[in-house]
Design a protein around this ligand. Sequence first.
Ligand code: NDP
Ligand code: GDR
Length: 329
Amino acid sequence: MKKALITGITGQDGSYLAELLLAKGYQVHGLIRRASTFNTHRINHLYADPHEDDKRLFLHYADLTDGSRLVTLLASIQPDEVYHLAAQSHVRVSFDEPEYTGDTTGMGTTRLLEAIRMIGLDCRFYQASSSEMFGATPPPQNEQTPFYPRSPYGAAKVYSYWMTRNYREAYDMFAVNGILFNHESPRRGETFVTRKITRAVARIKLGLEKRLYLGNLEACRDWGYAPEYVEGMWRMLQHHEPSDYVVATGTSYSVRDFVQLSFQHAGLDWEAHVDYDQRYERPTEVDSLIGDASKAQTELSWKAQVHVPELVRIMVDADLAALTEQADA
Ligand code: NDP
Ligand code: GDR
């Protein structure tokens, strides 16, 4: 049985990836942070009683800021595949907490790579790189596009990208960067713009709220569907040689388009409910991202199936269903 370690298992992608790997027969180990309240709601449905014999999901306390813990954890688990998804992943927050973002989103990757090297672990390593690394470089963006990050988050991801490549080249590690464009789902964190919109639409529709406050409506993003993107991660680690891949839909919509489609799906007029709030603007913005994922299509046979109109329907319907269920309970 193959063993995988997922950092960031409690996040959007970590939860879908854990589902995928368990379905493929893996033993899955997840790194979780100690918090005063449980933050495992996205993976609770996967967690079996620890006393059951066929249990294949194991959770371990650790933190990206604690390098020695990463060493002991990797040494005891001995995973075949490491999916490094943990990060301070919010771009706007990275302007407020640049040093912490550098320590986790940047240095956290080095601590993990160095732990693998120090204990001589023979494993495959996936780094969650991001389209935010392209930043101000105009679209379309592919694996050859120069990086021009526009936030502390983007800069930390560029550092992690190069550390991953350096460990591949210097130590012959099977280490890859998945350069993933924005991907969303009903499990998306509630402060990212798509989920903030679909959740507000559901609340407005059910009369629980009246207004939605947003920042820049003109930014364009290449939004895909998270469950498909974690399949891309897995395929990168099954390939015969390590390389870096863009994962994207190749289409782009503005935040305004996403707002309009979401309200329209619920039979609402967005202009009657949406207001501007300067606090959601970023000091420097990424204006336009459109990914060219032809390398992933050719080498990994990966292609996005869900595009924004369907994504909007999935997310608005899920938020409406969750709220209705709550109200009925
Ligand atoms: P989330 O924000 O949903 O999840 C982040 C995860 O990282 C959580 O499990 C969180 O744990 C964990 N984490 C944060 N800080 C630490 C730390 N100091 N030590 C240990 N764990 C920590 O992110 P996503 O699932 O959306 O994204 C996964 C990865 O992919 C991230 O690295 C993100 O930057 C990157 N990415 C995401 C894209 C997207 O569109 N979703 C696109 C491109 C890249 P906790 O639950 O305790 O907070
Ligand atoms: P992004 O996602 O910064 O692309 O990073 P986010 O959803 O936060 O922003 C997308 C765009 O929407 C604009 N925007 C707002 N954003 C938020 N969060 N809240 C608002 O109220 C709002 N109003 C307008 C933003 O300015 C931006 O242009 C995500 C994260 O998942 C990263 O971890 C990942 O690397 C990238 O996607 C690819």
